[in-house]
Design a protein around this ligand. Sequence first.
Ligand SMILES: [Zn+2]
Ligand SMILES: [Zn+2]
Ligand SMILES: [Zn+2]
Length: 171
Amino acid sequence: MTSDPHSVGAKDGPLGFTQHDHDACVSATIEAAETRCAADGLRLTPVRRKVLEILLKEHRALGAYAILDQLRDDGFGSQPPIAYRALDFLVANGLAHKIERLNAFIACAHPSHTHTPAFMICRLCDTVAETQSSPARGALGDAARAMGFRIERTVVEAEGVCPSCISKAEA
Ligand SMILES: [Zn+2]
Ligand SMILES: [Zn+2]
Ligand SMILES: [Zn+2]
């Protein structure tokens, strides 16, 4: 399907760093989240959906308090547990991920299937792009196998400079 913004992102590079139809990107991701929740019997309550929408506004990681500010502005109240409970739900169900390095959250770019995310974080504009990693492969997987260690979870967060910040710096 050529109109799927995620397939464009997958072809041209991680979604957060590429020019794309962001409105289509937001609605496709919300739709995929709704489909996932319906299939798995999960309830995408108004506040959970709102937090996902807030996370989807920009391809940037947001801290819980920034999310709470927007929830309050949108009339969802201002108690921190409201934001934390919604974030717990989204993260536990793979609809959002926590960026440990930033202590912040980002909407998942591929909510329709389970995967091990890997993140590229621009240190100049804070844009975060999500790609996928295969923890059992590569040098780490080889080292783990050599030691008889079974990897269950890895955190891959690369920090650097995104394409638009590189081109701005060069201009
Ligand atoms: Zn987008
Ligand atoms: Zn993801
Ligand atoms: Zn940047």
